[in-house]
Design a protein around this ligand. Structure first.
Ligand SMILES: C[S@@+](CC[C@H](N)C(=O)[O-])C[C@H]1O[C@@H](n2cnc3c(N)ncnc32)[C@H](O)[C@@H]1O
Length: 244
């Protein structure tokens, strides 16, 4: 696999056939010649219409962007908030439920020491495992099980809950988290966040904050500077709780 990247587009290619895009065509032979060289980062190639592409080795993000979506995946702006608001890192052990397509689990595994991932449905677990293989992260263990029935892991640094009734898992999370560890709920509805907070306060958690994140992408070209997307704010409510 190689990444073909220009100022406007990015493709992940095998280089085993002619490449076609709106920018024109690159012959298979041209791609294969480039593949034969050692330092791909310096390689460039032009389409038949003169658009220049650079060739790079695929990195984590290039592979992550190709994951198959079964259940709705978490947005990157929200992944960023979870990482920054909890401060997890290379020594952290994390539990993520439900796994869905595995997007959040994969990102957490990229930053943390280990991720245990609970998923109720076999079909979603299968999609998640396929995605984990695609991105080539080794430190995730996917288990088909219901988090409302209990958690085997202990001393966890973080538990993330992206499922409909997160409050039903709170008692188990209180036992599985280390003192100071974080519980994060990701819910589309504020009423779900409210139920989660109330259940967690009863279990002795501290409420750190509830928030949404907003994002707007801009186009900068010559003297042009304008937003190219509306302000995307509501994807989900993030509830940050801490076991004390
Ligand atoms: C919205 S998806 C999660 C998406 C995931 N965070 C991602 O970024 O790809 C919610 C998942 O939770 C799973 N789920 C629902 N209830 C569950 C439970 N009690 N235990 C484990 N998984 C559960 C669902 O089957 C579904 O796959």
């Amino acid at each position: 696999m190689k990444v073909l990247i220009s100022n406007k587009n990015k493709f992940l290619i095998k280089g085993d056939r002619d490449f076609h895009s709106k920018d024109g065509m690159i012959k298979k032979e041209d791609l294969q010649n480039l593949h034969g060289k050692e330092d791909f980062s310096k390689d460039k190639v032009e389409t038949n219409t003169g658009v220049e592409y650079s060739i790079l080795e695929p990195e984590f993000l290039d592979l992550y962007e190709r994951i198959k979506r079964g259940a709705q995946i978490i947005s990157l702006k929200d992944v960023g908030a979870i990482l920054t608001e909890t401060g997890v890192g290379k020594d952290s052990n994390v539990l993520d439920a439900g796994v869905g397509s595995g997007a959040l689990s994969i990102y957490l595994a990229h930053f943390c020491k280990s991720v245990t991932a609970y998923e109720l449905r076999e079909d979603f677990a299968k999609i998640a495992r396929g995605n984990i293989e695609k991105v080539d992260v080794k430190n995730i263990k996917v288990e088909v099980r219901n988090i409302y029935e209990g958690i085997d892991e202990i001393n966890l640094d973080l538990i993330t809950l992206d499922l409909r009734e997160p409050w039903k898992a709170v008692k188990h999370c209180a036992k599985a988290l280390r003192r100071g560890g974080f519980l994060v709920g990701y819910t589309p509805q504020i009423t779900q966040a409210l139920d989660l907070v109330n259940a967690a306060l009863e279990e002795g958690f501290i409420l750190v904050k509830v928030k949404e994140t907003a994002e707007r992408e801009w186009k900068l070209s010559g003297q042009i500077a304008k937003p190219i997307t509306p302000l995307i704010s509501h994807t989900g409510f993030l509830t940050f709780l801490r076991r004390v």
